[in-house]
Design a binder for this molecule. Structure first.
Ligand code: S3P
Length: 441
């Protein structure tokens, strides 16, 4: 019998049945956004295989369509075609561009649109996105000459962009954020001179890899790839992009497969870009049993299949050094920590406070209600492992990664849990509940 009720938003979850079998997680969210955006400003057609057919990339596609870009239907197993409008071909939209729940959409759009002289754009999003800080992108864009206004001194959406001529600049960003870096890289394509972006630590480098493949002039240097040098561009060429599975979605099965007795899961076609594999580094230290099979390179990104089997996990400590490589995996790592031997500590993760929710606060509140010994700090968490969790009424608070993390926690808890807001998973993993059911059968 299935452990999952059929209600779309509230799910009843029960402990613990081994998870066995093979899954293919959906396409990488970060790569999907970029393939749509870069395809939209390239010449000719870009084909995208494996595009994530979920709400966030659909928000990016809707914004691009409102500016005249033709994009074919986005659906599971569908190759998507983007008819590039060229670097200067985006039309001024007659509507407000709605970025939904997607921070990547809003921040990359700011960079994409700031340099469109004589055109005006308004960006908004859902309740969560309208509360997320945009100053981190707007301030450096202003240094390049951009004119962007918004609530709270221009920090919060709705945001209004009046396109201006941009100037090449040297910009040091205070936070390692691929969204900030990618927005500046997009703006730099339209500037009157070269731009350098210097990050405090390297964030995910999908934009660098993909923009180069589209023909942009980008040099990556400095210690650990922290310096990016971009020259203005006259043309990008449409490409065939193959999107690997999202390691941030695979992470739920890596932890569930390690924790739940008798589990044995193979996750096929997972992107293993080294700027994203912090979860594998930390799980190795936790003595998880994960094997990488069939390592290969597809469209400029390393890809492999991951096989995980149940094994006891050790407690872990992670700090700011590794955080950029596993930023989205911290909620599920917090769940894992509840069942590890010993005390786990996460520091240097204050960025989690400005994600889709304040993830440090929300995961602490929700796991506490299941009986976890978890303490919240300004920049992290301390979790005492080896506690027994009990089923409870828990809430995703509209955050996709919290919804899926709590689902895995429920499978390890004693008794029944009622997960409210489970539909949030569709933001990045539309088939999560089907895949869970499949692995339980
Ligand atoms: C993303 C970058 C990260 C990540 C987000 C996707 C991207 O955000 O958390 O889910 O696609 O560039 P930050 O750039 O804010 O760290």
């Amino acid at each position: 019998m299935s452990n999952i009720s059929n209600s779309p938003s509230t799910r009843i979850l029960r402990a613990k049945q081994s998870l066995r079998g093979t899954v293919r997680v959906p396409g990488d969210k970060s790569i999907s956004h970029r393939a749509l955006l870069f395809g939209a400003i390239a010449e000719g057609i870009t084909t995208i295989e494996g595009l994530l057919p979920a709400e966030d990339p659909i928000s990016t596609a809707k914004c691009l369509k409102a500016m005249g870009v033709k994009i074919s239907k986005i659906a599971t197993n569908q190759i998507v075609q983007v008819h590039g409008a060229g670097l200067n071909g985006l039309k001024e939209p007659e509507i407000i561009l709605d970025c939904g729940n997607s921070g990547t959409t809003m921040r990359l759009m700011l960079g994409l649109l700031a340099g469109r002289e004589g055109k005006h754009f308004v960006l908004t999003g859902d309740d969560s996105l309208r509360g997320r800080p945009m100053q981190r992108v707007i301030q450096p864009l202003r240094m390049m000459g951009a004119h962007i206004e918004g609530r709270e001194n221009g920090n919060l959406a709705p945001l209004s962009i009046t396109g201006r001529k941009l100037h090449g600049s040297v910009i040091g960003t205070p936070i390692a954020s691929a969204q900030v870096k990618s927005a500046l890289m997009l703006a730099a394509l339209y500037a009157d001179g070269a731009t350098s972006v210097i990050e405090p630590a390297q964030s995910r480098d999908h934009s660098e890899r993909m923009l180069k493949a589209f023909g942009a002039s980008i040099e990556v240097g400095g210690e650990m790839g922290r310096h990016i040098h971009i020259r203005p561009c006259s043309q990008l060429k449409g490409q065939s992009v193959v999107v690997p599975g999202d390691i941030s979605s695979a992470a739920f099965w890596l932890i569930a497969g390690s924790l739940i007795p008798g589990s044995n899961i193979t996750i096929e076609n997972v992107g293993l870009n080294p700027t994203r594999t912090g979860i594998l580094e930390v799980m190795k230290k936790m003595e998880a049993h994960i094997e990488i099979i069939n390592l290969r390179e597809i469209a400029g990104e390393p890809v492999g299949d991951l096989k995980v089997i149940n094994t006891p996990l050790k407690a872990f400590s992670i700090n700011e050094e590794i955080i950029p490589r596993l930023i989205d995996e911290i909620p599920i790592l917090a769940v894992a920590a509840c069942f590890c031997e010993g005390k786990s500590k996460i520091t240097g993760a204050s960025e989690l406070r400005v994600k889709e929710t304040d993830r440090l606060a929300v995961i602490t509140k929700q796991l506490s209600s299941m009986g976890a010994e978890i303490e919240e700090h300004h920049d992290g968490l301390t979790i005492n492992g080896g506690q027994k969790l009990k089923g409870a009424t828990i809430n995703s608070e509209t955050d996709h990664r919290i919804a899926m993390s709590l689902a895995i926690a429920s499978l390890m808890a004693k008794g029944t849990s009622k997960l409210l807001g489970s539909e949030a998973a569709a933001i990045s993993y539309p088939n999560f509940w089907e895949d869970l059911e499949k692995l339980q059968n």
